[in-house]
Design a protein around this ligand. Structure first.
Ligand code: GDP
Length: 518
């Protein structure tokens, strides 16, 4: 009997735009037989929401705005790949997606090394000790010297690097990949040659004399310069195995997927209060890390993406939404595959199920068979841009409010209701989110609107040990006070200077840039 928990690998790919994440995703899905033709990852997204303007933004910018889940099976293992948006404007969504994985693959462009977005996403992984396998992509192009790439990873990310294979030259001089453990050479034509070692005379017939000599020298230096691979160190997040390859030429991808199968951790215990939750526990528990509205524009439904953390989920189960105490019957849970989706009858720890609902489930929610535990570490972030929304057709006030509530539920935007006045304020983490918001208001709710500046630049959630202190602060700052969607008090400041000034003068009040739903 196989064990469904140890047979699962739930992971994400993190990278800077253009490093090759989409191409690699396709090849991984192909290798699992989940799709049959490369190029279908983007095509499917295009069909799914072709009519919305939101999709147009995705197409124009060539970026993927939503995260989705793709499940594939390979050699008896179930892989759940969570897609993370590659654009920096969507870091909040990406952050939450990374709370739902057990490991990550970091894709780096061989010519560009560590880029801004890779670094940010890496920091998020580190916060949660998510182990990382590195894939240095595009070895078929001119790139940096492998030592320079490895040292850059080690230095900028403070991580031990262990090359698992070695590129025999790059770009025009590229003649293959040498696998250290297998003692094998894969040539650019895909042929695999097992050898007795780097002194095997057969190598002379496979590589040019110049490249063979360089390979012998470089691998000798690498053996001295880098530590041995240690699976415990990798799983603790302090060491990353590095694979060189080319996603486009589907080359080195096999070694990567084998590494995921052999080394990447199965579902891990998840942090929660009052105690962590282990996957082996019999009772079902999970959390919602993403909500997406209007996946089908004809039905105003919302899909909540839940990661199962423990127990065996069965369709029709009643789970308690811990935050509200409500029992919810999950009758049509969905599994997502590369090309289609289907009803999930049974799901195990590490799996992601989509739960259609009408706005009941929210990001950060915990669902359990009854126990009052709450998964932690799925925060909201203080917005960096605040705007008022101006309706172009003033009769659409109600539709606008519905739409903004929906978008806030999805986490596309945050919504603040000032204590004085009736004009709601929307907050986003990045500029692109504003564009997405305007497009979607038009496409999905038929509301024409534009943004106008709000008199505030920054927002902080506030709290205090003594409720009277908090109340007094709020009374004194009425004009700058608002509530978020959950009714939590938020202080809106004109600028960073004002925020600092106020915070310094009222030490009994805490000003926080993140908030978790409780
Ligand atoms: P993403 O933005 O990270 O999803 O990157 P894509 O997968 O869309 O790739 C960006 C560009 O790099 C595309 O033009 C790909 O064809 C190209 N690309 C991806 N992998 C490779 C590779 O291994 N070699 C070469 N030469 N190009 C690649």
């Amino acid at each position: 009997m196989t064990d469904p928990v140890s047979d699962r690998r739930t992971f994400a790919i993190i990278s800077h735009p253009d490093a090759g994440k989409t191409t690699l995703t396709e090849k991984l899905l192909l290798s699992g037989g989940a799709i049959h033709l490369a190029g279908e990852v983007k095509a499917r997204g295009a069909n799914r929401r072709a009519r919305s303007d939101w999709m147009k933004i995705e197409q124009q910018r060539g970026i993927s705005v939503t995260s989705s889940v793709m499940t594939f099976e390979r050699k008896g293992l179930t892989f759940n790949l969570l897609d993370t948006p590659g654009h920096e404007d969507f870091s909040e969504d990406t952050y939450r997606t990374l709370t739902a994985v057990d490991s990550a693959v970091m894709v780096i462009d061989a010519a560009r090394g560590i880029e801004a977005q890779t670094r940010k996403l890496f920091e998020v992984c580190r916060l949660r000790d998510v182990p990382i396998i590195t894939f240095v992509n595009k070895v078929d192009r001119e790139g940096r010297d492998p030592f320079a790439t490895l040292d850059e990873i080690a230095d900028t990310l403070a991580l031990d690097v262990v090359p698992m294979n070695w590129p025999v030259g790059l770009g025009g001089q590229h003649e293959g990949l040498w696998d250290f453990r297998e003692q094998s050479l894969t040539r650019p034509d895909g042929s695999l040659h097992r050898l007795a070692g780097l002194d095997d005379p057969a190598l002379e017939g496979l590589l040019s004399a110049e490249r063979l000599e360089a390979l012998r020298e470089e691998t000798e230096l690498a053996a001295i310069g880098y530590p041995e691979f240690d699976v415990a160190e990798y799983r603790a997040g302090s060491q990353t195995p590095v694979f060189f390859g080319s996603a486009l030429r589907e080359y080195g991808v096999e070694a990567l997927i084998e590494a995921l199968a052999s080394f990447a951790p199965p579902p891990r215990p998840q942090p929660a209060t009052p105690r962590a939750v282990a996957p082996e526990e019999p009772n079902v528990a999970g959390f919602v890390f993403k909500v997406q509205a209007n996946m089908n524009p004809q039905h105003r439904d919302r899909i909540a993406f839940m990661r199962i953390c423990s127990g065996t989920f069965r369709r029709g189960m009643k789970l308690k939404q811990v935050q509200t105490g409500k029992a919810i019957a999950i009758n049509s849970p969905i599994f997502f595959f590369a090309q289609d989706r289907e009803i999930a009858d049974t799901a195990f720890p590490g799996d992601i199920i989509g739960i259609p609902n009408h706005g009941v489930l929210r990001v950060g929610d915990t669902l359990t068979e009854g126990e009052a535990i709450t998964f932690t570490g799925i925060p909201n972030f203080a917005p960096e841009i605040l705007r008022r929304v101006r309706l172009l057709d003033p009769t659409k006030t109600k539709q606008l409010r519905t739409a903004l509530n929906d978008m806030a539920e999805e986490g596309v935007t945050q919504l603040f209701k000032p204590m004085i006045g009736s004009q709601w304020i929307v907050g986003v983490v990045g500029q692109l989110q504003l564009e997405v918001l305007i497009s979607r208001l038009q496409a999905e709710y038929n509301v024409a609107a534009e943004f106008e500046p709000a008199p505030y630049e920054t927002a902080r959630w506030i709290s205090a040990d003594d409720p009277a202190t908090l109340k007094a602060f709020m009374e004194g700052k009425k004009a700058a006070m608002a509530e978020d969607r959950d009714g939590s008090p938020v202080y809106l400041a004109r600028d960073a200077w004002e925020l600092n000034y106020t915070a310094e003068r009222t030490p009994a009040v805490r000003f926080t840039a993140t908030r978790e739903r409780s």
